[in-house]
Design a protein around this ligand. Sequence first.
Ligand SMILES: NC(=O)c1ccc[n+]([C@@H]2O[C@H](COP(=O)([O-])OP(=O)(O)OC[C@H]3O[C@@H](n4cnc5c(N)ncnc54)[C@H](OP(=O)(O)O)[C@@H]3O)[C@@H](O)[C@H]2O)c1
Length: 281
Amino acid sequence: MSNSKVVLVTGVSSGIGCAAATKFAERGCRVFGTVRNTAKAQAIPGVTLIEMDIRDDVSVDRGIQAIIAQAKRIDVLVNNAGVTLLGATEETSIAEAQTLFETNLFGLLRVIKAVLPHMRQQRSGRIVNVSSVVGFLCSPYMALYAASKYAVEGLSESLDHEVRQFGIRVSLVEPSFTKTNLDLNAPQTAARIPDYSKELAIVTKAFQNNVQKAPTPEGVVATMVSAARRSGLIACSASMISRAATFSSWSAGEACTSPASSGSIEASPRRFTLRIWSMNK
Ligand SMILES: NC(=O)c1ccc[n+]([C@@H]2O[C@H](COP(=O)([O-])OP(=O)(O)OC[C@H]3O[C@@H](n4cnc5c(N)ncnc54)[C@H](OP(=O)(O)O)[C@@H]3O)[C@@H](O)[C@H]2O)c1
């Protein structure tokens, strides 16, 4: 990637976004990183912080206009900001589901819609959408989070076909467990149905343990940088399949894995039917 590239990363206050913004800046890119509250945010060397809440149209438009006013263009958009939600599907209220989608799907869409006019005018651009392994694997007790990431996958793959004519490409990065604040920031559904409590407790503990014991974001960030440089193609890094394997062994359930594992990762992940979640009781 040329040093003069202008890169926008959403959600750089912590975790993967912070590491990604740092890496792009170290590579000499001109980096803008969004935070919800600039007064509370930690400075990141080489990164200009932009205040933006991706749930808010006005905030997104204002943030993108501020970047365009300073840099005149946006070459790479990394849609990283995201939230999760733990709880049984039946315990999830419609309002909780809507709140989750407001960030993970509509927030991402808002930023894309604000950036695309500039990329179309430039006739070039890269959009890197951060999904998750649960964007293609099932994940009980995180159904709405998984649904939002599946939606990100559908949106990304369709969008890639629409904007390719303008020299713009869309990629998906699908991390597995990565050591960040995601588990600490993870809200739980307000309602509790006792029938689910035993399994929910197992899943919640496993989620927290696995995020905290997981690798730091460097591997995911390397994938993001490679996706930003890639000349197209919905893809993930070679690490994706090994990460999926890690994910499946974590569940310790029946891993019904058809073909997969060591083959080319450029194939659609949907070819791999993983039924990984039979609970380990
Ligand atoms: N960690 C993992 O194991 C893992 C695995 C797969 C996928 N992912 C995905 O990776 C991405 C980054 O997550 P992370 O693990 O780095 O978690 P994190 O440390 O909790 O970071 C999430 C970031 O998103 C920002 N954010 C949340 N809601 C926002 C909003 N409405 N507007 C703007 N920014 C908002 C947060 O900013 P505030 O400080 O303002 O809240 C924070 O900077 C997410 O999309 C997540 O789904 C993570």
